[in-house]
Design a protein around this ligand. Structure first.
Ligand SMILES: Nc1ccn([C@@H]2O[C@H](COP(=O)(O)OP(=O)(O)OP(=O)(O)O)[C@@H](O)[C@H]2O)c(=O)n1
Ligand SMILES: O=P(O)(O)OC[C@@H](O)[C@@H](O)[C@@H](O)CO
Length: 439
């Protein structure tokens, strides 16, 4: 696993942007240069047969949230995208509406799909037409339409910007990736007819972008056979509008969830991107700072970024707003008041709306005799607090350790805390919620 989050091939979580200077995009210039209305059509009307599951893959849950909500979030966070049309099968319209409401998606409209992907996309494009966006002044009508399979959740703003700009200039633009396997043609008897020179071909991916007029006209002119058997919007633009799409190589993160294994891969990527950062709240205690410093060294090898803060006042309040997890260190105190205050702040910031948030209470007893009694706080109290927090999608775990005077023992304890916290943050296991683990 690459450890460098600056690695362009390392997928980012939908809705966040790589936090690395080297690869950091100049978002300001991106926002500045998009001066035309851009809308999105997310075809999500399929049944996902190739996963072998009853539930269409776009509605499969990842950390309690449907895959399509991650894709919508990836587009919603892009300020220059004005509207998103999600196209779902008629029987899933109510479910999709519920998802939009539950996860407070704002720019989304839901329309019924068709029997094929092209028919669904066309329904989405029509929903953007003048009659579809009633009440909007002509200048607000989409000038560029981005089409993106709803089951490709890992799409980044920078690449969307490239596709939108190229579509505005060329009329059409599409993402491509190098072929991994060679393409061959077979005879009707199932033998090799010929193979294509792989270097001359690319895989067509998503997102794709079109000026509204091009994609609308292409679908108005295309044939029933295109609607029934076609798989490529870029082809329709060329065939029916004479518009030759600009092809732009995209990152590997543009892959489409197609088979069951892809669901496992998507879940792993989502968990990985939600588990990269935590902040340790020390309450200003010197012992807690000692533990936090030791933790920072220990978790670095586990690919977790750890910030250490005394509390969440002033500028530190910003930690409540992003994808941070929390380690609250409580020293020699049996009260849970600090973590209760943290839970209230997190609920007020609606931080756990889109994915479960991890809060780990580390109970540090400063003396061996205290640990002999074995209890800094009643485990039942933590379980009660954790049960209430879980209802708000916040996963509260407890770890107890004491600051042994024996250096080796202390170092072993710190390493165990680092390993436990990394595992809890990454796996977010409901089974361990409210448990008081021993380090
Ligand atoms: N009638 C259809 C068929 C597909 N799609 C959407 O087009 C995207 C890419 O299609 P694909 O991966 O083939 O999805 P499914 O058709 O659901 O998959 P399968 O072929 O395995 O059934 C998906 O978001 C899918 O929901 C759609 O909107 N309407
Ligand atoms: O729906 P399917 O799984 O057949 O494939 C969809 C892909 O063909 C399509 O998303 C890209 O090739 C770009 O057109």
């Amino acid at each position: 696993m690459q450890s460098d989050s600056c690695d362009p091939d390392r997928p980012t979580h939908p809705g966040t942007f790589p936090n690395c200077e080297a690869g950091k995009s100049d978002l300001k210039s991106a926002e500045r240069s998009i001066v035309f209305p851009v809308s999105v059509v997310l075809p999500a009307g399929g049944t996902g047969e190739r996963t072998g599951l009853q539930t269409p893959k776009q509605f499969c849950l990842f950390l309690g949230r449907p895959l399509i909500s991650y894709t919508i979030q990836a587009f919603e966070r892009v300020s220059w995208i004005q509207s998103i049309v999600v196209v779902v099968a008629k029987e899933y319209m109510d479910l999709m509406t519920d998802i939009v409401q539950q996860f407070q998606h704002t720019k989304v409209r839901v329309v019924p799909g068709g029997s094929t992907r092209h028919r669904s996309i066309y329904n989405g494009v029509l929903a953007l037409s003048e009659e579809g966006e009633e009440g909007k002044p002509a200048t607000d009508k989409a000038k560029v339409v981005i089409i993106h399979d709803a089951v490709r959740p890992f799409v980044e703003e920078d690449f969307l910007h490239k596709i939108a700009m190229a579509a505005k200039e060329q009329g059409a633009a599409g993402a491509i990736r190098p072929l991994v396997s060679t393409v061959i043609a077979t005879t009707s008897e199932g033998y090799l007819d010929h193979s294509l020179e792989r270097a001359k071909y690319r895989a067509s991916e998503m997102p794709q972008g079109f000026t509204y007029d091009v994609i609308h006209q292409a679908y108005q002119k295309c044939s029933e056979s295109d609607f029934e058997f076609g798989t490529e919007c870029l082809h329709l633009a060329l065939q029916y509008c004479g518009t030759n799409a600009k092809l732009i190589q995209g990152p590997p993160t543009l892959w489409k969830v197609t088979y069951k294994r892809d669901l496992a891969a998507a879940e792993s990527i989502i968990k990985d991107t939600l588990s990269r950062s935590a902040c340790v709240i020390t309450g200003g205690s010197a012992q807690a700072v000692t533990l936090a410093d030791a933790l920072q060294k220990a978790v670095a090898a586990l690919n977790v970024e750890l910030d250490v803060i005394p509390d969440l006042t002033g500028e530190n309040g910003a930690y409540l707003l992003n994808d941070w997890n929390f380690i609250q260190v409580s020293v020699n105190r049996s009260c849970l008041s600090e973590v209760e205050a943290l839970l209230i702040d997190l609920e007020a910031a609606k931080r756990a709306l889109l994915h479960p948030l991890v809060v780990i209470l580390v109970l540090l007893s400063g003396s061996d005799e205290l640990s002999v009694s074995g209890r800094v706080v009643e485990p039942e109290a933590i379980m009660d607090l954790a049960s209430a927090a879980k209802l708000r999608n916040i996963l509260l775990y407890g770890i107890q350790l004491h600051q042994s005077k024996d250096t080796q023992r202390w170092e072993r304890s710190v390493l165990r805390v680092a390993e436990i916290t990394s595992a809890l943050i990454r796996e977010r296991s409901p089974a361990l919620v409210g448990q008081l683990l021993q380090a």
